[in-house]
Design a protein around this ligand. Structure first.
Ligand code: FAD
Length: 494
């Protein structure tokens, strides 16, 4: 037990590690989470790098009723047969690129399988206010990981959404408790092939970062939209021009604000009159709009180009979406007014004093995006071999399938892919031949883009990393081993 404990005893309120645990649980920034976690490890004299026994020691030494309530949840998850008591992947070392929600979610599963897991994140802070729609299964999943203990507002009332940053904070805390190593402020710049005695490593910025010495046999890319590591190809699905606008306003949590109804998705086809009135009264022409009340008042809408030009938001018309939405072609002030007026109208003017929240750069948190092209990876997995050392690679989250934000598919499909990927790593860890592992992963991946809350299993409590628990009709052998020979690269040269 650490020498810093002044008084021993499970219910002693002055036990410093109890206070530190509370601070860790309540921390509202990535920096604070890491700080309180490091402090907790120091107080309890546990080495966070000792991933194999970290969680066990933590449970043993932090004899605090609040922590115990959390252990009960995590233990329940960890006891699932799929993890084979945390022994399914004890020989595997996994590098996860990106501490977005999907990178962290897959990291948790890999650590439950017993693998050593290192997550790399280039940003130092979690600052994204934008709010993600949650399908019912993701709410159950997050609850089971103790989300409500970390974020009291989680799942209160009709909430079926969460801000990106809150979700990252919850998953970061769970990851750390389970022994995942999370490094922020470090950028992945590529893979380094094995040489001499060394296995696969990563080229990082800063170069001298300790994680550059980490050798791994599994590499998961969860780097977000359009991040495509070598070996993967993306398909572009081009639709008709779609311009999205996101806007976050300060939520002062007043009684007045609490009464304003959320808009879970008003699409033009369902409410023609609303959009006609909006156009007539404001000149704003939208395809759809969503409003969620979370840490901020968050709006996401798809706007018609003609009205953006008319309102002076876009200065000049171009057929190319990149030129059209290039910063030089956007009048920020006009964009702010457009987003403000759309938010004001759609909430019946009931949100008093709509003031923009600030983005990380201190600017009003308003953004305009092009949704015209959606990217989707052709394959979800890949195996490389150099000098007799195999590397299993996989994509999860937005870099696997880019979501259509207004439909809120990002987290739902992102977590499904995180579970499917963990299932694949489990097979890899159990020594199943790599072509079979790849074939099974690609068989499951075929289903992902068609998933909806309706066509996936409703038995949320039974969801596990096993695809059969989640997809209603899944044929794990839909793709045969001989069809995935192109998703491996076994060249033995260096
Ligand atoms: P992300 O959340 O994008 O996380 C990827 C992480 O990888 C990031 O933290 C990034 O910093 C890190 N990273 C990238 N490259 C490297 C590298 N080389 N080295 C180290 N780290 C790296 N969805 C909605 O439903 N509504 C919205 O309004 C909405 N707004 C969005 C706004 C933006 C700017 C973005 C990028 C996405 C938005 N999304 C939105 C999508 C939503 O954020 C994702 O679906 C969700 O966060 C899950 O994504 P992910 O974990 O796959 O990727």
């Amino acid at each position: 037990m650490g020498g810093l404990l002044t008084v021993k005893g499970p219910f002693d309120p002055v036990n410093p590690s109890h206070a530190t645990f509370d601070l860790f649980v309540q921390a509202q920034s990535c920096k604070d989470v890491k700080h309180h976690f490091a402090e907790l490890c120091k107080q309890l004299d546990i080495n966070p790098k000792d991933f194999r026994s970290f969680y066990g020691k933590l449970k043993e030494r932090l004899n605090y009723w609040k922590a115990k309530a959390l252990w009960a949840k995590l233990d329940k998850r960890a006891s699932h047969a799929d993890y084979q008591q945390g022994k399914a992947c004890t020989k595997n070392k996994c590098l996860v690129l990106g501490a977005g929600p999907c990178g962290l979610r897959v990291a948790i599963e890999l650590s439950l399988l017993g693998a050593q897991v290192v997550v790399l994140e280039k940003r130092e802070a979690f600052t994204r206010n934008n709010v993600l729609h949650l399908w019912p299964y993701t709410i159950c999943d997050l609850r089971a990981l103790g989300a409500k203990k970390f974020y009291g507002k989680f799942c209160t009332g009709s909430l079926d959404h969460i801000s990106i940053r809150q979700l990252q904070l919850i998953l970061l805390k769970v990851s750390l408790l389970l022994g995942v190593e999370v490094h922020t402020g470090v950028e992945f710049q590529g893979l380094i092939e094995p040489s001499g005695d060394s296995g696969w490593t990563a080229n990082l910025q800063p170069r001298s970062h300790p994680a550059s010495a980490f050798q791994f046999d599994v590499f998961i890319s969860a780097g977000g939209g359009r991040f495509v590591p070598d070996g993967f190809k993306h398909k572009e699905l081009r639709g008709k021009l779609a311009i999205g606008i996101t806007a976050n306003f300060i939520n002062r949590n007043t009684a007045e604000e609490a009464q304003v109804a959320e808009i879970s998705g008003v699409a033009r086809i369902y409410n023609q009159k609303f959009f006609q009135d909006l156009l007539a009264q404001t000149g704003i022409d939208l395809e759809n709009i969503v409003y969620y009340k979370d840490d901020t008042h968050y709006f996401v809408m798809t706007a018609k180009k003609k009205s953006l030009l008319k309102k002076g938001v876009i200065k000049q018309d171009y057929s190319n979406a990149d030129e059209l939405l290039a910063p030089v072609n956007v009048d920020r002030e006009a964009l702010h007014s457009y987003a403000h007026d759309a938010a004001h109208f759609s909430t019946g003017g009931k949100l008093p004093d709509l003031q923009f929240a600030r983005s990380q750069s201190g600017q009003p948190d308003v953004a305009m995006f092009d949704f015209t092209c959606m990217h989707r990876a052709e394959n979800a997995s890949f195996v490389k071999e150099r000098r007799g050392k195999k590397l299993l690679m996989a994509l999860v989250g937005d870099c696997l399938v880019e979501p259509f934000w207004p439909l809120g598919t990002g987290i739902a499909r992102g977590f499904l892919a995180a579970f499917d990927t963990a299932w694949m790593v489990r097979s890899w860890g159990m020594g199943i031949p790599h072509l079979k592992v790849l074939a099974e992963r690609e068989s499951v991946y075929q289903l992902l883009s068609q998933t909806t809350p309706e066509n996936t299993s409703k038995n949320y409590a039974a969801y596990s990393i096993d695809p059969k628990t989640r997809y209603q009709r899944v044929n794990l052998s839909a793709i045969h081993s001989n069809q995935v020979r192109n998703v491996r690269d076994l060249s033995h040269s260096c």
